[in-house]
Design a protein around this ligand. Structure first.
Ligand code: TPP
Length: 370
């Protein structure tokens, strides 16, 4: 295992103090620690392409190497600025990538991570990115060599870190206030929503705990609903829902999270333009990337009512209290037009021990059966 403080120190000693990325559960012990170091600049971006781009901008203003972190599932999002701007055949902008390696060979992981995990090293090779795999403290010396290589040649380098490699540190956690049970949580909202779901609806749910909670409720209550769980493709559930809705007579519910919503925010414009009356978008807004460690999504100051209206949704609904849930969900679902429901949900960490849909081909076949 690797001591996070030692990892951070190596970067500091080598004059790397700009960090930008998209949160990942593999890296959370490291990235949550960055904010303790007052000397570091730390930006949480909405997608991995933006994270790389912020680093390119940082380099252009300082000539210093930025560190960009991400889960390997986000490599796809980052490839465009990596290959078309930063690459050695284009502008030669040095970057230090820190990549959480889900689906690494011989490590048990969820189905959506396996293909990506198997080809991660090949992708780096194809992009001409020199990398090292970090397993324990003795591998930390590789970081210095990579930084030197990057600096000398103005090139991109990377480290790959597998699950359970980074040791947790004892950061003082914020005191969690007792939950006021008048407010909704992910679990209580999905429990109520499930009561409305019947054969008139199709539901497509987003990456992480949202899909897992929906799966949990359906299993527990033996409901006859077959959602399409978007276990991967973070940020794309809304457009998959749009694509489905165009040729369907049913009402389509997209159940999304704020991190996923922000990852491809432009989708909202497309949806408002092309969706029909059967499109129903629900944003479970907990203002965090709860599934990978609770990091902020930076959405807290966004007025989603103004946003939804200005992109062109016909109606915006808001919900935060349990006693309003039945009535609000009912009006939202029966509204005759593309509508947006923001559900302000409180985080309850006790709700995070959830099962996962495992047989994804069965999930798809059941969804296709209708
Ligand atoms: C492209 C990509 N980047 C990062 C991840 C890692 N990841 C999985 S779930 C998640 C957080 C999702 O946040 P949100 O949509 O707000 O839902 P919440 O976890 O709060 O329920 C992240 C960052 C991923 N799966 N795919």
């Amino acid at each position: 295992m690797i001591d996070v403080k030692k990892l951070i120190k190596i970067f500091k000693d080598n004059n790397i103090n700009f960090f930008a990325g998209v949160p990942d559960s593999v890296l959370k012990n490291f990235t949550n620690h960055l904010d303790i170091e007052k000397k570091f600049e730390h930006l949480i971006l909405t997608n991995e392409g933006s994270a790389v781009s912020s680093g390119i901008g940082y380099y252009l203003s300082t000539k210093k190497i930025p560190a960009i972190y991400m889960q390997n599932s986000g490599l796809g999002n980052s490839i465009n600025p990596i290959i078309s701007i930063s690459h050695k055949n284009v502008y030669k902008v040095p970057l230090f990538l820190i990549i959480g390696w889900r689906g690494a060979p011989k490590i048990k992981d969820e189905p959506q991570h396996l293909a990506q995990g198997r080809i991660t090293r090949q992708i780096l090779n194809l992009c001409g990115i020199k990398y090292s795999i970090l397993d324990n403290n003795s591998d930390l010396k590789e970081i210095k060599k990579l930084i030197n290589h990057s600096r000398r040649n103005n090139q991109i380098v990377a480290i790959l870190i597998k699950k359970n490699t980074l040791k947790a540190t004892n950061i003082k956690r914020k005191v969690i206030k007792k939950l006021n049970d008048r407010f909704l949580t992910r679990s209580s909202f999905i429990e109520i929503l499930a009561k409305f779901l019947n054969n008139d609806y199709r539901i497509i749910s987003s990456t992480g705990y949202i899909s897992r909670e929906l799966y949990n409720k359906i299993k527990k209550n033996n409901l006859k609903i077959n959602p399409f769980y978007m276990v991967g493709g973070m940020g794309h559930s809304s457009i998959v829902s749009l694509g489905y809705s165009l040729k369907s007579k049913k009402k389509i519910i997209c159940l999304d999270g704020d991190g996923s919503f922000l990852m491809h925010l432009g989708s909202s414009v497309t949806i408002a333009k092309y969706s029909k009356n059967n499109f129903k978008y629900i944003l479970l807004n907990n203002k965090s990337h709860e599934s990978v460690g609770g990091q902020s999504t930076n959405i807290e100051h966004v007025n989603l009512k103004l946003f939804a209206k200005s992109v062109g949704y016909k109606k915006y609904f808001y919900l935060s209290r349990k006693n309003k849930a039945l009535r609000t969900i009912k009006s939202f679902l029966s509204y005759n037009g593309p509508s947006f429901l923001e559900v302000d949900i409180k985080v309850n960490k006790k709700e995070n021990d959830l099962p996962r849909p495992e047989n994804l081909i069965e999930v798809k076949d059941n969804f296709l059966k209708k």
